[in-house]
Design a protein around this ligand. Structure first.
Ligand code: F6P
Length: 346
């Protein structure tokens, strides 16, 4: 059996660990052959491949990024070429390359395409990935723990400089729809306010927390997820740039907060945007182990010819769930989890 592997969407630490595990177990235990597709769905769409054997995956366990490259190419939106839709082109290319099955490693968007392909008869197995940890079907995605640790370390560092200068420091972290990174990094780093997309914030309340923190003779750290927004629409930031999956390119809420905090409290406020630093570099031990287990179980599903499924973490077990289920529900921060963090605000 010849198996194609691709990594799509925003990259995250641990992708290479999955690829390594898939190939090592697939070759050694099942005698499978692999081919890598370059840059997410662009690879199968254009028939762009890279050799993928045991030698190719040696030494990549601790490497960030992905040796296969990634992109946000959406074959469902790609212009038809030669009268063929994106899905038809992928099917033709897979047949032409003798690829019998696909392992798609990605988040909501990549797995959404995998679901459509599966419905059209392409044997596909999904592996969940996103630093946002917002896929409903799995307890954790790999990449999240690394992102949280990077953000926590940044917060630790910002505490000391904020206190030296008696400033409010705002840290903008990733998190488009869900505030998991902000919540975990904020809790671990002792933030004084945590703002997440699930709970629109009241700027007056944020300023009250900031003032209170200054009264304790410590400087406030505000952690804000990039997708967080104020209750009042007058303060909203907007950016009209969309990617091929229709997502707005986020960023700017941290700067908006810094400006408003300065204006309303009279205290100096500065913003640090962590951005893609959260997605780069070596994965934590947790993410390496989770990614490796996902890879091992994904290739096992291929061997069992159990297609149209995604591997998922439930408690400490890796299970298989229908691909359609994987993308049907976003996992948002529940109000009671946010309430746990609110104890430490101000
Ligand atoms: O979905 C993962 C993610 O890191 C989001 O948190 C963020 O909004 C987005 O990707 C950024 O995407 P890009 O790398 O395309 O700017």
């Amino acid at each position: 059996m010849r198996v194609g592997v691709l990594t799509g969407g925003g990259d995250c630490p641990g992708l290479n660990a999955v690829i390594r595990a898939v190939v090592r177990k697939g070759v050694q235990e099942y005698g499978l052959e692999f081919v890598g597709f370059r840059d997410g769905w662009r690879g199968p769409l254009e028939g762009d491949t890279v050799p993928l054997d045991v030698q190719a995956v040696r030494g990549i366990l601790p490497l960030g990024g992905t040796i296969l490259g990634s992109s946000r190419t959406n074959p469902l939106k790609s212009a038809a070429a030669g009268g063929r839709s994106g899905i038809e082109r992928i099917k033709d290319n897979l047949a032409g390359l003798g690829v019998d099955a696909l392992i798609a490693i990605g988040g909501e968007d990549t797995l959404g395409v995998a679901t459509r392909l599966g419905e059209q008869g392409v044997p596909v197995v999904g592996v969940p990935k996103t630093i946002d940890n917002d896929l409903g079907a799995t307890d954790y995605t790999f990449g999240f723990d690394t992102a949280v640790n990077i953000a926590m370390e940044a917060i630790d560092r910002l505490h000391t400089t904020a206190e030296s200068h008696h400033r409010a420091l705002i840290v903008e972290v990733m998190g488009r729809h869900a505030g998991w990174i902000a919540l975990h990094a904020g809790l671990a780093g002792g933030a004084n306010v945590i703002l997440i997309p699930e709970r629109p914030f009241d700027i007056e309340q944020v300023c009250a927390y900031v003032q209170h923190r200054f009264q304790t003779r410590f400087a406030p750290i505000v952690v804000v997820a990039e997708g967080a927004h104020p209750v009042s629409e007058e303060l909203a930031t907007s950016n009209e740039q969309l990617d091929s999956f229709g997502h707005v390119r986020l960023g700017g809420v941290g700067q908006l907060l810094a400006g408003e905090i300065e204006k309303r409290t009279g205290k100096e406020a500065r913003c640090t945007v962590l951005g893609h630093i959260q997605r780069g570099g070596t994965p934590t031990a947790f993410d390496r182990v989770l990614a490796t287990r996902f890879g091992v179980h994904a290739v096992q599903a291929v061997h069992d010819e159990d297609f149209g499924v995604m591997v998922a973490l439930r408690s400490t077990d890796i299970v298989r769930v229908p691909l359609a289920e994987a993308t049907s529900q976003l996992k948002l921060v529940p109000p009671q989890r946010y309430a746990e963090a609110e104890v430490f605000f101000g």
